[in-house]
Design a protein around this ligand. Structure first.
Ligand code: RIB
Ligand code: CA
Length: 312
């Protein structure tokens, strides 16, 4: 049985690699891609999602546009990391494939309500606004979600947009709180694990020498994407955050984690968007997520390179 998934995303170079990994994986039936405002505004994230599908030669993929801004807070973007287009690096042609007319949260609701309960997985790579809007509009979807697998948050790694908050959660902390409280099974991949998935020079070179168009384009994306983290952390490459979500779906044994409680700060400006991960279970709060903190990064990159080779 294939994994039937919806990808919710704010491309972003790392989102793009996650989308490519999903498109390259025969175990996955990609029901649709929902764009959300995040790394760059929505009018760019929806175009970038379509550019990535066309790069992979998957022109029939259904791409939907969703929230143009967070639920309460004003939109914060991350051009400083992803460039002004959100997909700086390679020059990709303007997409020819159509954007679907349906609003992304409505697509999420219709898909979950029409398919058998417990069969659809939501893979979330950006701020959780679309998911939260769908949950508020149609609460009956919550028990029908097979699993939410999300990149976001941080524990011992702290934050990447503020000292304590990770970008996806910080942009829309209220949406994140709604999702963590919805009762669906959740797997969270925070900075603690994604900061171990570094795009070292040798790993990028493996993409660059691929004999298809996808490999070199991915190398150009990562050449651009890694500069921010290399400068900030002095690391050997940038953290490939979002592909960890798809990799966990495909090969969870590449990762280690624990079921704990995750809460989101939505009141204090100082710690807004902090994920309070109760790793040692001292709060007495109910477990609501499987938090991933370990990764076999060589195995992850091996799988990623192998899969991307199969694309156009
Ligand atoms: O903090 C990293 C996350 O924020 C990734 O999903 C990246 O694409 C940005 O959206
Ligand atoms: Ca993202």
């Amino acid at each position: 049985m294939k994994h039937q998934i919806i990808i919710d995303t704010d491309p972003g170079q790392d989102d793009a690699v996650a989308i490519l990994l999903a498109l390259a994986s025969p175990e996955i039936e990609l029901l649709g891609i929902c764009a959300v405002a995040g790394n760059v505004p929505l009018h760019l994230t929806e175009v970038n999602a379509r550019k990535v599908c066309e790069l992979a030669g998957k022109h029939e993929t259904k791409v939907y546009a969703g929230a143009i801004r967070p639920i309460f807070r004003s939109l914060i973007t991350a051009e400083h990391v992803h460039g002004k287009t959100g997909l700086d690096g390679p020059v990709l042609p303007e997409p020819k494939m159509p954007l679907q007319k349906q609003y992304a949260p409505d697509f999420i609701i219709d898909t979950l309500m029409s398919r058998p309960a417990g069969t659809v997985t939501l893979c979330c790579l950006g701020p959780l606004t679309n998911i939260a809007l769908a949950l508020v509009k149609e609460p009956r979807i919550a028990p029908r979600i097979k699993r939410i697998i999300a990149m976001g948050g941080g524990w011992s790694e702290g934050g990447n947009i503020t000292p304590v908050a990770e970008f996806n959660i910080y942009v829309d902390p209220h949406a994140a709180r709604l999702v963590f409280d919805c009762g669906a099974p959740i797997t969270l991949l925070p900075l603690d694990v994604t900061h171990q998935a570094l795009t070292t020079r040798s790993r990028i070179e493996k993409f660059r020498v691929m004999k298809n168009q996808t490999g070199p384009a991915v190398a150009a994306m990562l050449d651009f994407f890694e500069r921010f983290d290399v400068e900030k952390y002095g690391s050997d490459g940038g953290p490939l955050h979002d592909p960890c979500v798809i990799a966990w779906l495909l090969q969870p044994d590449l990762f280690t984690g624990k079921d704990v409680n995750v809460a989101v700060e939505c009141d204090s400006e100082l710690t807004m968007g902090q994920t309070v991960i109760d790793w040692w279970r001292v709060s007495g709060r109910e477990t609501n997520a499987h938090v991933v903190r370990g990764i076999n990064s060589d195995g992850f990159f091996e799988m990623l390179s192998e899969r991307l080779l199969s694309l156009s």
